[in-house]
Design a protein around this ligand. Sequence first.
Ligand code: E4P
Length: 214
Amino acid sequence: MRFFLDTASVTEIREAASMGILDGVTTNPSLVAKEKKDFRQLLAEICAVTTGPVSAEVTAVTCPEMLAEGRSLAKIAPNIVVKIPLIKEGIKACKTLHDEGIATNVTLCFSANQALLAARAGATYISPFIGRLDDISTDGMQLIRDIRTIYDNYSFPTQILVASIRHPIHVLDAAKIGADVATMPFKVFDQMIAHPLTDAGLKKFLDDWKASQK
Ligand code: E4P
């Protein structure tokens, strides 16, 4: 499983990248808005920190405008992935960008049928939002299972990028299902590493070591 950071904060991306296990970044308009920076400059900065795929979302909602925006975003750096909302116009734009060789991440996926359509349109990544489904009392992880089954049935190359991750158990369950990528907030990275028994065990080892050196 590959790990992406779901943020537009260069500081967070640098810190996660320093661990050596960061595979890419996903952004969305809400995350970008928080940074209060020029969008294109921010993307260039992020692409300089990581060589992995960096999802940059279009804000247009018609196919011709999505295509213009997507083509322009793709020119910022070779690792830009154009993020497109899962609406009719988005599926059209995804197919065209795929035919042009531009990588896409089809976002705001909430059903297996939507994921099937995105795969047929040649999406590089599909982003099912599991946390937002959990929020409305729907099992987000079941969607990941369904998409995995469907994509495997037909050998679709579209990668399942689990999004809207809220806690480490989401990552664990998605890994058990065989999702390709998990994109998570920086906080979840930290939570995955932390364990009180590791901290207590390390303290005891070091205390015993120091005592033996006196
Ligand atoms: C994915 O690409 C989205 O940016 C993100 O995971 C949405 O997460 P949220 O539901 O926590 O806003």
